[in-house]
Design a protein around this ligand. Structure first.
Ligand SMILES: [Zn+2]
Length: 141
């Protein structure tokens, strides 16, 4: 088991989002971040020890919202691509079937990304406390 390495440098906002959308810890950029499997997560980043909740008990609500936005955005993109590729004879049944598949797979596919992305948005909106910036990992529970 590796030792936790607190990160005291705070990344820029674009970097936060880029890390979040690529399933990395928004704070330290580590690829392992909070997930030990696709659906199994732990409370702290395995590298920097940053707790994703940051004292907010409703963190998962934001992550679910991020998942819904990502899934709906993918559904919309799928419909637009299907219509653009097949116009003017759009196969309605085929479009519905493909879109339904995206709607079923999307939430599972975006599950870990929704957490890391919401962590990035949370860090964007609620700037880190001085204790968090000092690397005190216990201050972020
Ligand atoms: Zn981290």
């Amino acid at each position: 088991m590796s030792e936790i390495q607190p990160v005291t440098d705070f990344p820029s906002r674009p970097r936060l989002l880029a890390r979040g959308i690529t399933r990395r810890c928004a704070w330290c950029g580590d690829r392992k971040a909070y997930f030990v499997g696709w659906f199994r997560r732990q409370d702290r980043c395995r590298r920097c020890g940053h707790a994703y909740r940051r004292g907010d008990e409703a963190f998962e609500l934001g992550a679910i919202t991020a998942n819904i936005i990502l899934t709906f955005g993918t559904i919309l993109l799928t419909i637009l691509v299907m219509v653009a590729v097949t116009a003017p004879d759009v196969p309605v049944l085929g479009t519905v079937i493909v879109t339904a598949g995206v709607a079923l797979i999307g939430p599972a596919l975006f599950y870990p990304i929704s957490f890391t992305l919401w962590q990035a948005v949370d860090l964007w909106m609620r700037r880190p406390t001085p204790a968090e910036l000092a690397g005190e990992t216990d201050a972020t529970l």
